[in-house]
Design a protein around this ligand. Structure first.
Ligand code: ZN
Ligand code: ZN
Ligand code: ZN
Length: 137
């Protein structure tokens, strides 16, 4: 999902696209990885004086519900990133900076017949570690 697609989705669902909501989208479209609510709040406080954490968090949850963002739990804290919607893939996630790298394979391809007669509703696969910039020299 990119910023324009997200704005279109908000309009379609009848949500106002306020400058605050757009700025949140800008933040995540530039992020290239997972960020916490606190990271976003810090950014928002710089450009919208007096904005409350509550407002920021409510919008995060709205974006999560609408499928604009995807979430994961890293170091015991919820993290958010722009949702990848164009093709099915998985991510390597850096534990330090939240950077994600696309993994163009899906382990479900190898599951094959092992779940015959089961209804599969979804799956999750993530690899965690340190990206090249965060690996200690
Ligand atoms: Zn992706
Ligand atoms: Zn990193
Ligand atoms: Zn998959």
């Amino acid at each position: 999902m990119n910023k324009n697609e997200a704005v279109n989705l908000l309009n379609k669902k009848g949500y106002k696209t306020t400058s605050r909501r757009k700025d949140i989208l800008t933040y995540f479209s530039k992020a290239d990885g997972y960020r916490t609510a606190k990271d976003l709040n810090q950014y928002m406080e710089e450009i919208h004086e007096g904005i409350s954490f509550d407002t920021v968090y409510r919008n995060l949850n709205l974006y999560d519900e609408l499928g604009i963002l995807e979430t994961t739990e890293l170091n015991g804290e919820k993290h958010f990133r722009m949702k990848c919607t164009h093709d099915h893939h998985h991510h390597f996630i850096c534990n330090t900076c939240g950077k994600t790298k696309k993994i163009p394979v899906c382990p479900m391809d190898d599951v094959g017949n092992t779940l015959n007669n089961y209804q599969i509703d979804g799956h999750k696969f993530e690899i965690y570690g340190l990206c090249p910039r965060c690996v200690p020299a």
